[in-house]
Write a protein that binds this ligand. Structure first.
Ligand code: PBG
Length: 332
């Protein structure tokens, strides 16, 4: 009726979808190889890569093969790796992590020597270095927050001395970022950034990872990781880490927590990472192998969803493949 209204009621959205070039021009979100961080598992005492059954295409590598893995990712356009050690020197407290000759320190040195320009990030935790598999010092039937922080301070100084580029504490202890910032600053590493696993949920999507790191872990992490039901607390956790000095924040897992990601994005100016975890990867792989979905299309659509929801960085077991797919499709 009101034909002079500035709002055209017969607006046609399809005009800008008509050709590939038009769609490219108006695309709001893009993936790029440099968005990705590749997690790499390194295991002590093996000679050949060991396949992780639940995560086809992901392996635990012997230390001798870490260098070539880092170089191969670099050539694909990946600019950051996240190192996980699978230790055979486990004890009650994870002391190998604060030994300058321990696995964590060696991995960092090897990765940096192999590709000095690569951003090398260490996953700073204890669960792969303790016999019980918890993310810190166990007292009674729980993890002691403040004793764990003291050990974590020692660990990150070892990682820093080994030449790490970014510290990534994943243990979900309170006051973690503040304690590590202080240790780094006092140790002469005020230039090293912290990417905190700031909002990390106690999630069943970590199942395949626990196979991957051979964790003896039994029980739950519900007293330190977050309840998946709590969106307000999820925001508060990340803002707390920002206040403590975190340089980058993170949401983990990814696809089941896009609301949380978008909410944190709206409340911080810090770079925000998301972790597409083992169970997310395993679900896509398994359904692709069952012939139910198109792996490449579903993987890229999921990764794009993280960008759309506000992630700047994406930690993913698909990093290498996605980088290759993106380059291939750009040259078509
Ligand atoms: C523990 C840790 C976890 C992951 C990485 N470090 C989770 C857990 O076992 O509770 C999960 C990664 C994944 O599932 O891909 N510090």
């Amino acid at each position: 009726m009101n034909n002079t209204s500035p709002i055209a009621t017969d607006f046609r959205f399809r005009r800008l979808r008509r050709t590939g070039a038009l769609r490219d021009l108006v695309r709001e979100t893009r993936l790029h190889p440099s968005d990705f961080i590749r997690p790499i598992f390194v295991q002590e005492g093996i000679q050949e890569p060991v396949a992780i059954d639940s995560m086809p295409g992901v392996f635990r590598y012997p230390e001798e093969q870490l260098a070539e893995q880092v170089q191969a990712s670099w050539k694909k356009g990946i600019r950051a790796v996240l190192l996980f050690g699978v230790s055979s020197h486990k004890d009650a407290i994870g002391a190998d992590t604060w030994n300058d000759q321990g696995l964590m320190a060696r991995m960092i040195r090897v990765a940096k020597a192999a590709q000095p320009e690569m951003c090398v990030i260490s996953d700073n935790c204890f669960c792969e270095y303790t016999e019980h598999g918890h993310c810190g010092v166990v007292q009674g039937d729980d993890v002691d927050n403040d004793q764990t922080l003291v050990n974590l301070q020692k660990q990150v100084l070892v990682a820093a001395r080994a030449g790490v580029d970014v510290i990534a504490p994943s243990g979900m202890q309170d006051g973690m970022v503040q304690a590590l910032r202080r240790a780094l600053d006092e140790g002469g590493f005020s230039h090293l950034p912290i990417m905190s696993y700031s909002t990390k949920f106690a999630s069943a999507f970590y199942g395949p990872f626990r196979d991957a790191v051979d964790s003896n872990f039994k029980g739950s992490r519900n007293t330190y990781q977050m309840d998946p039901a709590n969106p307000r607390e999820a925001l508060a956790e990340s803002l707390q880490d920002e206040a403590e000095g975190a340089d980058m924040l993170m949401v983990k897992p990814g696809l089941a927590y896009l609301d949380v990601l978008a909410d944190i994005r709206a409340h911080t100016q810090r770079p925000l990472a998301v972790y597409q975890v083992s169970g997310e990867y395993a679900m896509i792989k398994a359904s692709a192998q069952a012939g139910v979905i198109d792996e490449q299309a579903v993987a890229l659509e999921s990764l794009l969803a993280f960008k759309r929801a506000g992630a700047d960085l994406i930690i993913s077991y698909y990093a290498d493949d996605a980088a290759t797919w993106l380059v291939d499709s750009a040259s078509k």
